[in-house]
Design a binder for this molecule. Sequence first.
Ligand SMILES: Cc1ncc(COP(=O)(O)O)c(C=O)c1O
Length: 474
Amino acid sequence: MGNPVRVALASARKECCILVMSTSFDLAALRRLDAAHHLHPFTDHAALHKAGTHVIRSAKGCTLVDETGRELLDGLAGLWCTNIGYGREEILNAVADQMRQVAFYPSFFNTTTEPTIRLAARLAELVPRELGHVIFANSGSEANETALKLVRAYWKLRGKPEKRTVLSRNYAYHGVGLATTSLTGLPSCLEPFDLPLPGFLHVPGPLAYGTGKSPVDYGKWCIEETERTIAREGAHTIGAMFVEPVQGAGGVIVPPAGYLTQLRELCRRNEILFVADEVITGFGRLGAWFASELWSLAPDLMTVAKGITSGYVPLGATFVRDEISEALSKGGYLAHGFTYTGHPVACAAALANLEVLTREKLVERVRDDVGPRFQAALAKVASHPAVAEVRGFGLIGAFEMKKPLKGPLASAGPNALGPAIHLLAREEGVIVRGIRDLGAMSPPFVVTHSELDRMFALVTRALDRMWAGEVAKS
Ligand SMILES: Cc1ncc(COP(=O)(O)O)c(C=O)c1O
């Protein structure tokens, strides 16, 4: 008899080889392999494997096909990013052409590739005028990590190395590195890792829901609190403040009137660099190329990812104000950058994506057509008995839910309704994200009127079921 562990391993390996080689889709085998070898991001693994991993098999436009062959409307654009929809030949061709030409070469040491230069130049035409220089990364986290380092380098070059403390807000989401998790203002991201690191301070984010105050009054109080924090710490110790113009993963928090202008002014007065994290809002989700334009933020730095390639290939970017790029350029060797900074394939994908957005006027479509239709449908959801509040802007929105009076959710603790509505909506045929006790939506910009209407009809059915005390079967 052989060693049972060896036998099990050999059989798992054999199964793996068969799967890799075979073109047939064996869901049970895939789920076993996934459970055996794959740690998923942001996942409760015990719960996941009990239910069985979902495996998306294909996608076109706004429609996903799942492991059972069932079609699902993607109400979240992947993860707030597949803005031009799935299956676009323009991107596939650009990526294939670039791979044939030169699949990879770095941008280190004064070398680079053509699409990297062309993308930097194209972006300079699109972003706020003063942000004329860009450094690339591979994700939103890396773009923010880069911004943090550039802020430190800048103040050091300016002779103010003590300006090291960084401000961000409760409910902020800025990424998952040690430093970018420290910027993130969500206890679920911080506590398991004993973060934030020293030097990262959180001030209140403008989520008025549940405070008993109006959004404008609560926003004013947030500004006063931020001012008090700056005074307590000393502005001479604070280098930057990171701000998502609309907070996304923290629960779609739309800034109340006047809040962002006051926050921007507060940073300017105290010589604190203002970093706009436009990883979700950049490239059209709010109906403008950048939220910084909408609220005249004139940021000192701006970070993007997601929508820059519509999620087809990983890419992030950090833009810096001319004064900062000048200081950095004169400051000697800039010892920062990832192997794949300015990856030619990712840059080719981004150029093709920007071309689609421009040619098909998709940003204008969000502003004038599908954005208003989406917000009108969201406003109707507000009158559902299970809904306490809706929030949204452009093509992003959320509905806060109330607990049903009967069924297992009636006695569930806080933060149970988001995951519950995600599962119920999925059973109905639409993907929404569950966060705490809310459902969040951000469909692709190419969503049609009938798809939008269907998305909201399915969400309403899911809300009806939750309100009746039902939970999902899966
Ligand atoms: C506003 C914001 N910043 C940063 C990030 C981190 O981006 P990534 O997941 O690409 O590292 C995200 C991701 O959702 C985000 O929403």
